[in-house]
Design a binder for this molecule. Structure first.
Ligand code: NAD
Length: 273
């Protein structure tokens, strides 16, 4: 019997928004290692080009396009450039997102004077920064007959996390949207396109560095509290998201849609008792 790797991403063209970020960068590497061609979309041109250079040096294929996920025209232009170059798009990972400093409530702030504008900005980036790319790239994915979208949610969508309301509402909306969109797409395209979400627990990255570490690198009391409440008693390592990501992008998950996969060291299932 010939061996078949059902997790292979060989020759699949996969777009990663926010691919220049900490988790996004690991998503990019995981896709390349599984055989995929990666299109890195992000704001940081220098970082994106350096990633592409490294991937190519190691025999992989990638390009970087400077795109703001909230700008539909830029996304449309990117889609045209990708389809011109590669002829198709098989996958999309919506990793652009994170906290917006103005939307974070400080412990001494008045809870009846929330920074609504900051919270709206956080919701806009996380929710609309996911929906708009799906609107633009979705038709190309459905056309391949095997398209897969992976949204990035958070444990903040499942349990009340202090301070980050706008961010958590954005992620909770992603969970609902993922289910809703899975059904509506399936009603029209059957299994030609799927959509799922990964809900990471806590991983040290740029968007949460100020919440989790002090200027000297030591953990904040919030970070200590997270680790206490995580059964594995540690933060996640970004590469620990690779398995769930590659599974959801590959044909190994062909009958999976509308799901939300937690990768959190047990944080969300822990009652704390
Ligand atoms: P990060 O800040 O390292 O990466 C986010 C990336 O998105 C950055 O490269 C940033 O430039 C890019 N970005 C921001 N706004 C953009 C825009 N408008 N257009 C295009 N790109 C934009 O953060 P990360 O932790 O790697 O986050 C990746 C995703 O994972 C985010 O959605 C985040 O909310 C989610 N997440 C992270 C954690 C964690 O613990 N780090 C936990 C749960 C969920």
């Amino acid at each position: 019997m010939t061996k078949k790797n059902i997790f292979s991403l060989d020759n699949k063209v996969i777009v990663v928004t926010g691919g220049t970020g900490v988790l996004g960068g690991h998503f990019v590497n995981a896709i390349v290692q599984a055989g995929g061609i990666v299109i890195i979309l992000g704001l940081n041109e220098e970082r994106g080009n350096a990633q592409v250079e490294e991937i190519k040096l190691n025999g992989g294929e990638a390009i970087f396009l400077k795109v703001n996920v909230l700008d539909e025209l830029q996304l449309v232009d990117a889609k045209e450039r990708i389809t011109q170059k590669y002829g198709k798009i098989d996958g999309l990972v919506n990793a652009a997102g994170g906290n917006v400093p103005e939307g974070i409530l400080n412990p001494d702030d008045d809870v009846f004077n929330l920074n609504i504008e900051g919270m709206k900005e956080a919701m806009e980036l996380n929710l609309w920064g996911t929906i708009i790319p799906n609107q633009v790239f979705g038709p190309a994915l459905a056309k391949t007959g095997n398209g897969s979208i992976v949204n990035i949610s958070s444990v903040g969508s499942k349990r009340a996390l202090t301070r980050v309301l706008g961010y958590s509402m954005g992620k909770a909306s992603i969970d609902y949207y993922t289910k809703w969109f899975a059904v509506e797409m399936a009603n029209r395209y059957q299994d030609s396109i799927r959509i799922n979400a990964i809900a990471p627990g806590f991983f040290l990255s740029e968007q949460n560095r100020n919440l989790l570490t002090n200027p000297d690198g030591s953990y904040t009391s919030r970070a200590d509290s997270i680790i206490r409440q995580t059964p594995f008693k540690r933060f996640g390592k970004p590469e620990e998201l690779a398995g769930a990501l590659v599974w959801l992008l590959s044909d190994a998950s062909k009958f999976v849609t509308g799901m939300d996969i937690g990768v959190d060291g047990g944080f969300t299932i822990n009652s704390g008792v």
